[in-house]
Design a protein around this ligand. Structure first.
Ligand code: F6R
Length: 261
């Protein structure tokens, strides 16, 4: 696992956008994995800037979302499908239908989860997966206790996650759905490059476990320690509980710039 400590979200976004620009230049039909929430927003803004500057095209790329709430009306602004359209998909040149997400309103949710797994496999798998991390250590919506071998399925959000996400629902925790459909930990682990971003002190404990803790379903993100190519980009506040912070800084400072992340 590579740990990259950067001064702020802008510097993190630059590095991640550099990697995506490199990927799309080499493989214009690459498959991206998109996260929702606050963490990736600076990355999406940077990608849009580069698209508008003519540096990046998504015209041949495809993308898969990580997760979706169950039961939000189709037009609800916080439905993740709508969030992704607003924050990135609708601001760049993805072809119609190129960005897919799990269907949280399907009549047959179990069947829809299986179909989503198949769609990812049919696309050849995800090349680069963007991830955030919950304060309880979840990635996508794989809450503590999730099977480390899980695939896309229905999950129940913890009260901590619903509290954390109430800010998107006018601070009304009761308006945050209880259930979601989410890629499983094994689904995420099948992506070829995992890129997790975290900023702020509220993420410090989860980041410490992710990077330096024991692999355990209690901190689901720790499964990433088994991934052959996982990059964790954090600001100083999110890095504040890392025991080897100075070492991670030295390693990245000594890395040739051409290698990227
Ligand atoms: C969202 C997702 C979640 C978030 C996590 C952090 O698609 O998969 O795992 O990444 O809850 O959320 P933020 O970035 O809002 O702190």
């Amino acid at each position: 696992m590579e740990v990259v400590i950067q001064p702020d979200a802008g510097a993190i976004a630059t590095l991640v956008a550099d990697e995506i620009e490199r990927l799309l230049a080499a493989r214009p039909d690459a498959v991206l994995g998109l996260a929702t929430g606050s963490s990736p927003l600076a990355i999406y803004d940077e990608l849009v800037r580069r698209h508008e500057a003519g540096r990046i095209s998504f015209a041949r790329a495809r993308a898969f979302m990580l997760d979706e709430y169950v039961g939000l009306p189709d037009a609800h602004p916080e439905r993740y499908r709508n969030v992704i359209d607003r924050e990135i998909a609708g601001r760049v040149d993805f072809a119609p239908g190129a960005v897919q997400g799990p269907d949280g309103n399907a009549e047959d949710l179990v069947g829809a989860c299986a179909a989503y797994e198949q769609a990812i496999a049919d696309a050849g798998g995800v090349d680069l997966q963007i991830l955030g991390i919950g304060t309880d250590g979840h990635i996508a919506f794989n809450e503590p206790g999730s099977s480390l071998g899980s695939r896309t399925r229905i999950k129940t959000l913890t009260s901590q996650t619903r509290l954390d996400n109430a800010r998107f629902f006018d601070d009304d925790v009761d308006a945050v759905p209880v259930h979601c459909v989410t890629q499983g930990l094994a689904t995420i682990m099948s992506a070829r490059h995992l890129v997790l971003v975290a900023t702020g002190s509220a993420k410090a404990e989860a980041v410490h476990h992710l990077v330096e803790g024991s692999v355990s379903a209690m901190w689901p993100a720790t499964i990433m320690q088994h991934h052959p190519r996982a990059t964790v980009l954090v600001d100083p506040a999110a890095a504040s509980r890392l025991q080897l912070g100075d070492y991670y800084r030295e390693v990245f400072a000594a890395k040739p710039a051409w290698q990227g992340i």
